[in-house]
Design a protein around this ligand. Structure first.
Ligand SMILES: Cc1ncc(COP(=O)(O)O)c(C=O)c1O
Length: 381
């Protein structure tokens, strides 16, 4: 059976290693903090080539802790994309700051400096580029812009673990990088997990302090913090999976290559752009259906459902139009959203994971091509 994400088969591929690592944690009762968390933090730091890794409870907490470490709060504005998972804006709003949404590049779906710069005000404190679907945003121009205006940069790498931009791992270019280890992510654990990474030791220390109730020493709380921990079982699973991450990402890329080949003949299917100077780790394989019509995209989605092909629309409603961000305390500000709006009408994400077979991809592509053809004829007639 074709699945959107096949975690069971991936587990079976590395079952012995995983089972052994879980058994070790159980035997050591090292559930909170301890050696397994420390080991993963060290190994993940080596993998990314970053000085500090702080394991936290999930990717949303990672964003919140990063923003707190930068001192962001009421009265401050943070620029982020609207074409993303809600967590990016949620963390900003939770701290009483205002999310300000910038449009994205139509090819990469990532923030552009052209969209960010006009939104900068005296209240702007930070930019949060999201490396959407697994491909890093234009970090060099974003860092230059941030430097010019004295802004901090948090890279939301929830979807991009293992991707590289100009020779540096995503997450290690901005002031802080945040990761999610949600099970379906490219590096996923068996529950919730996340990390904050930084080359700035002061910032990293602050993140660690905040994540641990604001105390370095038990019962000596220095700042208001949260309780957000990567637990020992998840860390042990992640340590095993980290060893396989490059291979897993290569398998995703291979699947993406095959999708691209199968769709090459269609002018109406726009395959994911692969930009220069960076790698795409294909957390999602997201195509666009040309024509800017949600009605047509939704008709294709219905056809795929009928054919038993799993798929998803990430994201059907841009965050700036979600009810909670339109009024009240979380009311946002945003710029021209032309490309964001059009992306929400055109995108469809197809099954993407490490276990996809060529036969499965052929079947998925045949169904997509057939539906694109059918809906095209209907539009023309
Ligand atoms: C772009 C982005 N940011 C943040 C998150 C939040 O991660 P988590 O689900 O681990 O809190 C996600 C995950 O779904 C995400 O895709």
């Amino acid at each position: 059976m074709i699945q959107m994400v096949d975690l069971r088969s991936q587990y079976l591929r590395i079952k012995n290693e995983i089972d052994e690592s879980i058994q070790n944690v159980l035997m050591d009762s090292a559930f909170i903090k301890g050696t397994y968390v420390a080991s993963f933090e060290k190994n993940f730091g080596t993998y990314l080539n970053v000085d500090h890794v702080v394991g936290v409870g999930n990717g949303t907490d990672a964003l919140q802790i990063a923003l707190m470490a930068l001192g962001i709060g009421p009265g401050d504005e943070v620029i982020a994309p609207s074409f993303t998972f809600v967590a990016t804006a949620e963390a900003v709003a939770l701290l009483g700051a205002t999310p300000v949404f910038a449009d994205v590049d139509p090819d990469s779906f990532n923030l552009t400096v052209e969209a960010i710069e006009p939104l900068i005000t005296d209240a702007t404190k930070a930019i949060v580029p999201v490396h959407l679907y697994g491909q890093p945003a234009e970090m060099q121009p974003i860092m230059q812009l941030a430097e010019r205006y004295g802004l901090k940069v948090i890279e939301d790498c929830a979807q991009a673990v293992g991707s590289v931009y100009q020779g540096r791992a995503a997450g290690t270019i901005g002031d802080i990088g945040t990761f999610s280890f949600f099970p379906s992510k490219n590096l996923g654990c068996f529950g919730d997990g996340g990390a904050v990474v930084s080359n700035d030791s002061e910032l990293a220390d602050h993140c660690r302090l905040i994540a641990s109730h604001g105390s370095k020493k038990k019962y000596h709380n220095e700042v208001i913090g949260v309780n957000s921990r990567l637990d020992g079982l998840q860390a042990a699973v992640l340590d095993v999976k980290l060893r396989h991450l490059d291979n897993f990402n290569a398998r995703r890329k291979r699947a993406a290559d095959l999708y691209d080949t199968r769709f090459a003949g269609s002018e109406e299917i726009i395959v994911p752009a692969r930009l220069a100077d960076r790698t795409h780790v294909f957390h999602q394989y997201t195509i666009r259906i040309a024509g800017d019509s949600a009605e047509r995209r939704d008709a294709i989605s219905a056809d795929l459902k009928q054919a038993g092909i799993p798929h998803a629309v990430y994201y059907p409603i841009p965050v700036h139009r979600l009810p909670v961000y339109t009024t009240g305390t979380a009311a946002c500000r945003y710029g021209d959203m032309e490309h964001t709006e059009s992306a929400t009408r055109e995108v469809i994400s197809l099954p993407m994971h490490t276990e996809l077979s060529d036969t499965q991809i052929d079947k998925i592509c045949a169904a997509v091509l057939e539906s694109v053809h059918r809906t095209s004829a209907r539009v023309i007639s």
